[in-house]
Design a protein around this ligand. Structure first.
Ligand SMILES: [Zn+2]
Length: 338
């Protein structure tokens, strides 16, 4: 994610899509009606932290014209440099949860004193849905009787995991992915990737820009796609003797088996789409169009769909904690029988 960070100015126009969330925040700033607690909910990569930072920066700006921070005043500069004395970041540390002591020390204790130089004291809490019940109850006490200057921005993947008593005191804003074309354009601008590459990764990330950037920097993701392509090229000749060899194609991705199965599935779904329409521009793996069309030419539609089905079934069985080896073997046998 370093590619994104070096360009961030924390201005709302850096947040792609999510117009409803943006207008909610911009209206609140313009009307000077700031709630004490906001929840930004949505899967990883959708820009929850980015939009929370844009909001925090605008709230602290002293020369604001409209709802956007000026970018020039002292609070704006200290914010961008990461040294704002009145904005605090809290996230799970060694343990994977945020405990009651974290809330008491990092939030409640700091909330007792007034802001150092800004108008607000802002707490940006990552993985807020990982707060223990005791931690949420400790936070609740501060939210119930908020200091006039206190603002909480709670980021989480699933706000439904939080206590109803906390939720009822928060403005809940849901972050969403954006259409793939818009995600691709933003990805190009952020990373300098060409159109084809940006479309490929945005397609895989289903419009989640953060996830697309992560995939772009993930060597294993590329290896999974190559393995899928190689597996597909031998699919027609796969027999029981070749089963061991085919199973070996999955072995390197044992730790990320669900992702690998997804990638293999999307590869064969592309083959089905190409076989049905003959169109290359609808493929997610557009850079592998030649290999996909050759797979589509060599395999019957029944076979391709059977492979897709077997891969999905394998992913479901993995989620039910079946052993990796058994799942892969059963999947391959079902492919051979197709
Ligand atoms: Zn400013």
């Amino acid at each position: 994610m370093t590619v994104m960070n070096c360009r961030e100015r924390f201005s709302f126009d850096e947040v792609e899509g999510n117009e409803g969330v943006k207008s909610n925040l911009l209206n609140a700033i313009n009307a000077e009606r700031i709630s004490h607690c906001y929840i930004f909910s949505g899967e990883k990569g959708l820009g929850k932290k980015l939009i929370a930072k844009c909001f925090a920066k605008a709230l602290q700006c002293q020369e604001r014209d409209g709802a956007e921070a000026c970018g020039e005043c002292a609070p704006c500069k200290t914010f961008v440099s990461g040294n704002s004395p009145d904005v605090f970041f809290v996230s799970p540390q060694h343990t994977k949860s945020i405990g009651v002591d974290d809330v008491r020390e990092k939030i409640n204790a700091r909330m007792r004193t007034r802001p150092y130089s800004g108008r607000y004291k802002i707490f940006i809490v990552s993985a807020a849905d990982k707060m223990t019940v005791a931690a949420q109850n400790a936070l609740l006490r501060t939210i119930e009787e908020p200091a006039s200057y206190g603002v909480f921005l709670l980021l989480c993947e699933n706000h439904r995991l939080m206590l109803p008593t906390v939720l009822s005191r928060c403005v809940i804003l849901k972050m969403r992915s954006v259409p793939k074309e818009r995600a691709a354009a933003r990805l190009s601008a952020l990373t300098g990737a060409d159109c084809e590459k940006a479309a490929l990764y945005s397609g895989y990330a289903v419009g989640n820009i953060g996830r697309a950037v992560t995939l772009m920097n993930d060597d294993e993701f590329s290896h999974m796609r190559e393995a899928a392509s190689l597996f597909a090229s031998g699919i027609n000749d796969l027999d029981e003797l070749g089963l061991f060899k085919a199973a070996a194609a999955f072995e390197p991705f044992k730790e990320r088996a669900a992702e690998a199965l997804d990638i293999f599935y999307l590869w064969f779904r592309d083959a089905a789409a190409f076989k049905q329409t003959g169109k290359q521009d609808i493929l997610i793996n557009s850079d592998m169009a030649d290999k996909i069309s050759s797979c589509a030419a060599q395999c019957s539609m029944t076979k391709i769909l059977r492979v897709c089905d077997s891969l999905l079934k394998a992913k479901r069985r993995l989620a039910q904690n079946a052993s990796f080896q058994m799942v892969i073997d059963a999947m391959l046998i079902s492919v051979i029988e197709a």
